[in-house]
Design a protein around this ligand. Structure first.
Ligand code: ATP
Ligand code: MG
Length: 243
């Protein structure tokens, strides 16, 4: 679904990512881990054409997209949920959702919203609340829902669980797994390695803009020393126990 090779990119003349290669097979939940400033957000931004690309190939669903515009990439079926500024704060929840389905005919839009409320019940309860006054977890659910309403084949999410209480972290990951089980490929940036390794299929560790380590979630959990040295956190096999 997504295949990146030999990618060097950054901002203007400043290159942040160096020779990055990454793959996400259809229906896979891939995590990108790494310390602050390691280039995780830059990698997602690069996939959707928001950085300066020096070289590299990015293929999405069989097409090279590294020269495409952000809007074109989106229309091909790739949704990007950024780390910040991911909802329209001055509008209420329903208005945000309606904006995401504005191109659909009325009955189709109504059906999409109904389906959305089944997948994200909390948004149904908060329909008329201003997005700017939602709690962190509710807001993250809205951001994910907005990405999902575009009916993507692939979703890129930048730290969907940041700043959330453990209960909401679980809720967010449970929702992401449901999206994956519905066939959507996920590439998710996460600081919280312990949590995401319970839910993802495969993970990449970035350090200083390079892939320092990669493996299945099970491989990473089994390789405690490597993970500890790259992430500075101890992960033990008991972390793999599903919640
Ligand atoms: N618009 C920009 N212009 C110049 N440099 C930038 C820009 N955005 C990010 N950087 C730099 O690129 C590097 C990687 O940043 P990036 O946001 O990709 O890291 P990250 O891994 O997502 O970190 P975090 O975990 O803190 O979100 C950092 O050194 C950052 O200062
Ligand atoms: Mg980031």
């Amino acid at each position: 679904m997504l295949s990146i090779s030999d990618l060097t990119a950054g901002y203007g003349k400043l290159m942040i990512l160096h020779d990055v290669a990454l793959n996400a097979a259809a229906g896979q939940f891939v995590a990108i881990l790494g310390p602050n400033g390691s280039g995780k957000s830059t990698l997602l931004k690069t996939i959707v054409g928001l950085t300066t690309l020096e070289r590299g190939v990015i293929r999405f669903d069989g097409q090279a997209i590294e020269d495409r515009r952000t809007e074109t990439i989106r229309s091909l079926g790739l949704s990007y949920v950024p780390q910040r500024e991911n909802v329209f704060k001055s509008m209420n929840v329903r208005e945000n959702l309606l904006l995401a389905v504005r191109d659909l005919a009325k009955p189709a839009a109504a059906a999409a919203l109904d389906e959305c409320y089944v997948l994200f019940p909390i948004l149904h309860d908060r329909q008329s609340q201003r997005a700017g006054s939602l709690s962190g977890g509710e807001r993250q659910m809205l951001a994910i829902a907005l990405g999902w309403l575009a009916r993507p084949k692939l979703m890129l999410l930048d730290e969907p669980s940041a700043g959330l209480s453990p209960l909401f972290v679980t809720e967010v990951f449970r929702t992401l797994r449901a999206l994956r089980d519905a066939g959507i490929t996920l590439v998710v940036v996460e600081q919280n390695a312990r949590s995401v390794l319970r839910w993802c299929d495969y993970a990449y560790l970035l350090r200083d803009g390079q892939v320092a380590f990669q493996g299945s979630a099970a491989d990473l959990l089994a390789d405690e020393e490597t993970v500890k040295s790259y992430l500075g956190v101890a992960i033990t096999r008991k972390d793999a126990v599903p919640i």
